[in-house]
Design a binder for this molecule. Structure first.
Ligand code: FE2
Ligand code: FE2
Length: 395
């Protein structure tokens, strides 16, 4: 049995024993000791040990624990609003026991507010219906917001980069990791009661792709939700948004980072990324058909323009039309070497001016409403964001 599994079993056992025996009882103390020993014995590959509970998976750090597929106890934790647990290295046994009591209260109370994020930072443990790293709190007015959000999505950005690296080295897209990132973004999005557009510090191209991919994922989920999609579909759209540009891994970095206009040959190469992406995703698993379709279609316009050219005219899938809108919006709101980032209003006006031609007018209408009024609020962080070299046009 691996360490994380041993710990989780001891953790579940301790909670069960705690329902039976009062504080101070030897059985209870022994069970808590065993779980705490399991925790201190955990070797996280990087950072503090963390567990994420998905519907059918348990993920330790970024590594899915196959032996715990469909672990019943994980489902109970999710139902109690515990989707993620993070332990600081310095957590003491007392703090750990306090955490167990909190979880126990959540598991046994009937009136649990699952939407509420819980942070026990002082206790060395954070858990709850959250996927956020770093600070949960909204940045104070005037504070260095970009720093806070960069931290907040650091792990998601890392996870995305490692997915890209896996694809680059010829492996498929790790679906579980993609889902974990999307889950995390979805929860972050709701945790803050607004759509966060996490423009990270953009210094290098790969950071541009990472920030762009996370942004498109978040925006696509917000839009899907506004369009009335169910939770499962929303997350599938989030995965599709995250992976829409994955085909760019096969384009030489010089072409990707060229600041000026691309030559015809380079443009040709660039325009292959939708097909390349769809191919990579299809090879990676059967459940990823939607993401493959979106990767293939996200540069195709409503009127059939764009690329790749379809042999016969047919409408693109709804998710593709949706991601297309978010993709162009994010590209416009990102600063480029030759122009400033557009404001949200200007970008939305641009989308509206091409509704019916390039963009699906119904989707643009809902997107504009979501951004302008709704309860969603997009925070565009452009201050101190250095310009990066990236090809022009929506990417
Ligand atoms: Fe893109
Ligand atoms: Fe693209």
């Amino acid at each position: 049995m691996t360490d994380p599994i041993r710990f989780l079993n001891a953790f579940a056992h301790a909670l069960a024993v705690m329902t039976l025996y009062p504080e101070g009882h030897p059985s209870r103390e022994g069970a808590v000791d065993a779980a705490f020993d399991g925790l201190t014995g955990l070797r996280a590959p990087k950072g503090p040990p963390s567990f994420t509970f998905l519907e059918d998976e348990v993920v330790f750090g970024r590594e899915p624990l196959r032996e715990l597929k469909s672990w019943e106890f994980g489902r109970r934790l999710i139902a109690a609003g515990v989707q993620r647990i993070e332990f600081e290295r310095t957590v003491t046994r007392d703090q750990f026991e306090g955490f167990l009591q909190e979880v126990l209260a959540r598991l046994t109370l009937s009136s649990i507010s699952t939407g509420e994020a819980r942070q026990m930072r002082s206790l060395g443990v954070r858990f709850g219906a959250v996927g956020l790293q770093g600070d949960f709190a909204l940045p104070a007015e005037g504070a260095k917001e970009s720093t806070t959000l960069e931290m907040a999505l650091g792990e998601e950005a890392d996870a995305f980069r490692s997915m890209q690296a896996a694809v680059q080295s010829g492996q498929g897209v790790p679906l579980i990791e993609a889902e974990a990132v999307v889950w995390s973004l979805a929860v972050a999005m709701h945790g803050q009661q607004r759509v966060v557009m996490p423009l990270l510090q953009l210094k290098e191209f790969d950071q541009y792709t990472t920030a762009h991919s996370l942004n498109v994922s978040v925006l696509s989920m917000a839009l899907a939700e506004a369009l009335g999609y169910g939770a499962k579909q929303v997350r599938a759209v989030g995965v599709a948004g995250l992976l829409h540009d994955i085909g760019k891994v096969s384009i030489p970095i010089e072409v990707l980072t060229k600041p000026g206009k691309l030559s015809d040959e380079e443009r040709l190469l660039m325009n292959q990324h939708p097909v390349a992406g769809a191919r990579i995703i299809l090879k990676s698993g059967d459940e990823m058909e939607l993401a493959a379709t979106v990767a293939y279609e996200h540069h195709i316009m409503l009127n059939g323009g764009g690329y790749p050219q379809l042999h016969y005219k047919r409408p693109c899938g709804a998710a593709s039309r949706l991601v297309h809108v978010c993709d162009v919006y994010d590209a416009l709101c990102t600063r480029r070497p030759y122009r400033d980032a557009w404001t949200s209003d200007k970008a939305v006006a641009y989308l509206e001016s091409l509704a019916g031609q390039e963009f699906d007018p119904d989707i643009v209408r809902v997107f504009a409403r979501t951004l302008r009024e709704g309860d969603a609020q997009v925070k565009v962080l452009t201050e101190d964001t250095p310009a990066i070299a990236a090809p022009d046009g929506a990417s």
